[in-house]
Write a protein that binds this ligand. Structure first.
Ligand code: 3PG
Length: 217
């Protein structure tokens, strides 16, 4: 089974995508792929989220690894996996989602926001977590401090990250991937301006590549 860590290491940049209309899903995925990103976390925050996952999973191409985000209960976990999600993400550690993923062999990326939560995740066997909301809980300084006490824990910060501060996160030793919604602005989606999304994706990948002159943990 592919682990959440392996998915993050391969992705390096994780677009956190909220879909309002199903028709937006495919052109959005195409634009991200044109920019070099073939991984997506589609959030379950909107009514269209689940149907978008189903549509993208059926299409197969261009998204190679499709995840569901903001998964807050077992019912959502099951529905997302049945729709075709290959990994699940939560903003915190959700015990029933964790148990569902363990039972069904689905990679799970739980969120943490404190050192105690990070220790709790490692005690449960997780070697990778999402740090959310990264910008509000201390930003790169917090992640650096986390690495000093839990050097074996890989992190994917999200929340408040953008092209301007991306490099400060990506250069850190424990950061294997950086995620967020800045890559997929709602205005650009609404206006059908997918070229902007393609450009944001390739810009983000370039920044991360330049910052990560090292082997991931
Ligand atoms: C998430 O679910 O990871 C966040 O909504 C991403 O935060 P951002 O919108 O600030 O990038």
């Amino acid at each position: 089974m592919t682990s959440a860590l392996a998915i993050l290491q391969r992705a390096r940049v994780m677009p956190v995508v909220t879909i309002n209309r199903i028709e937006e899903a495919k052109p959005l995925a195409d634009a991200l792929a044109q920019g070099g990103i073939d991984v997506m976390e589609v959030t379950l925050r909107t009514d269209a989220g689940l149907a978008a996952i189903e549509e993208l999973a059926k299409a197969g191409d261009p998204i190679r690894t499709l995840g569901a985000g903001t998964v807050l209960c077992e019912g959502q976990a099951r529905a997302a996996v049945e729709a075709g999600a290959e990994f699940l993400v939560s903003p915190g550690m959700v015990a029933e989602v964790q148990a569902y993923c363990r039972r069904h062999g689905v990679p799970y990326l739980p969120g943490i926001a404190t050192v105690t939560e990070a220790i709790g995740a490692t005690a449960l066997g997780y070697d990778a977590v999402k740090v959310f909301p990264a910008g509000s809980v201390g930003g790169p300084g917090f992640l650096e401090a986390l690495a000093s006490v839990l050097p074996g824990l890989a992190v994917c910060p999200t929340g408040g990250i953008n092209a301007g501060n991306l490099a400060e996160y990506a250069r850190l030793a424990n950061v294997v991937c950086v995620g967020g919604s800045w890559l997929v602005p709602q205005l650009a989606i609404r206006q059908g301006n997918f070229r902007t999304i393609e450009d944001l994706a390739s810009q983000a990948l370039n920044i991360v590549r330049e910052s990560q002159q090292r082997t991931p943990p």
